[in-house]
Write a protein that binds this ligand. Structure first.
Ligand SMILES: Cc1cc2nc3c(=O)[nH]c(=O)nc-3n(C[C@H](O)[C@H](O)[C@H](O)COP(=O)(O)O)c2cc1C
Length: 160
């Protein structure tokens, strides 16, 4: 039996096209993927959470973090990472890139010989890397039927 981890970064507060949300778009998508793969969830959270809750200041904050190629410290790590064969990594598209804490996560773990599958929510740009699964954030947030359908298609294609 292979073991699956679903790690993700996601924000609440004001997000593009969905208003104020209490559960992030990527988080919702991650939960669907975890449910369908029997995977364990790991939320990538920063130690010092200075991300603004409003969209416009968040955009500026994230732009600076990307320009600096920052590696914000994240809370904890997956101590039993060696037990997992499949690792899903979810992120919101931020400035045509992954949020910097996702890089912190990737660099903090030994991912050698793992199957890595990346997924993303966005509002028009799609995924950052070829083969990343991409879903509109407002679909992940508001349309669970469409989300499940798209996830099913993707997982089927991956052989799950
Ligand atoms: C800082 C920031 C930068 C963004 N940059 C892009 C972008 O370049 N392209 C895009 O399609 N969406 C962009 N978005 C929209 C988010 O990818 C989208 O709203 C996503 O679903 C948010 O997910 P979350 O609720 O899990 O954080 C950006 C949003 C933020 C906050």
């Amino acid at each position: 039996m292979s073991k699956t981890l679903v790690a993700f970064f996601s924000r609440t507060g004001e997000q593009y096209g969905v208003g104020e949300i209490t559960e992030g778009n990527t988080k919702k998508l991650a939960e669907v993927i975890a449910k369908k793969t029997g995977g364990d969830l790991f939320e990538i959270k920063v130690v010092e959470d200075n991300y603004p809750n409003k969209y416009t200041p968040l955009i500026q904050f994230a732009k600076k973090e990307k320009q600096e190629n920052a590696r914000p410290a994240i809370v904890g790590s997956v101590d039993n990472i060696e037990e997992y064969d499949n690792i899903f990594v979810g992120y919101p598209n931020w400035w045509a890139d992954m949020p910097m804490p996702v890089y912190t996560f990737l660099e903090k773990h030994n991912l050698l010989n793992k199957n890595i599958y990346k997924f993303c929510t966005h509002e028009g740009s799609g995924g950052v890397h070829r083969d990343d699964f991409a879903l509109f954030g407002h679909i992940a947030q508001n349309d669970s039927i469409e989300t499940e359908k798209k996830v099913d298609e993707w997982l089927k294609g991956l052989g799950f």
